[in-house]
Write a protein that binds this ligand. Structure first.
Ligand code: ZN
Length: 131
């Protein structure tokens, strides 16, 4: 298993991690298989979405913060229930096909680490299975 760190800059943030994941895949030497990206946190997630127009990410975060507001009479004493809810909506892992040693993504697709309780330093785990 490979891992790397992501530093987020805002309370909610989406960071393009495609290059780090691709580097982890490359380091395995596996040419054909499946890459699993796993976020070992309860207030962050991972998703694939558009890499061309940064306004897509801006709009996604803006709407998520409207649908799941930061304060809404939550009971959880840590005060970050909105982040827990967003993390589960996005999910903590995804799989990408690896072929020719490269992540197989659409032209406009990138992998994004999704921060919902930042800013802070986070960890991403990557495992590649060949075959
Ligand atoms: Zn909490």
């Amino acid at each position: 298993m490979k891992q790397f760190t992501v530093t987020t800059r805002k309370q909610t943030d989406m960071v393009n991690i495609t290059a780090q994941v691709q580097a982890a895949v490359h380091a395995t030497g596996i040419q054909s298989g499946i890459c699993t990206v796993f976020v070992p946190h309860t207030t962050a997630g991972v998703t694939i979405n558009e890499n061309a127009d940064p306004d897509v990410i801006r709009d996604m975060l803006m709407e998520m913060n409207k649908v799941i507001p930061f304060t809404d009479g939550y009971a959880h004493s840590e005060g970050n229930s909105a982040a827990h809810i967003k993390a589960s909506l996005f999910g903590c892992s995804l799989n990408v096909i690896v072929e020719g040693g490269s992540l197989q993504l659409g032209t406009w697709q990138s992998l994004f680490f999704c921060e919902f309780d930042g800013p802070r330093n986070r960890t991403v785990w990557v495992q590649v299975l060949g075959g």
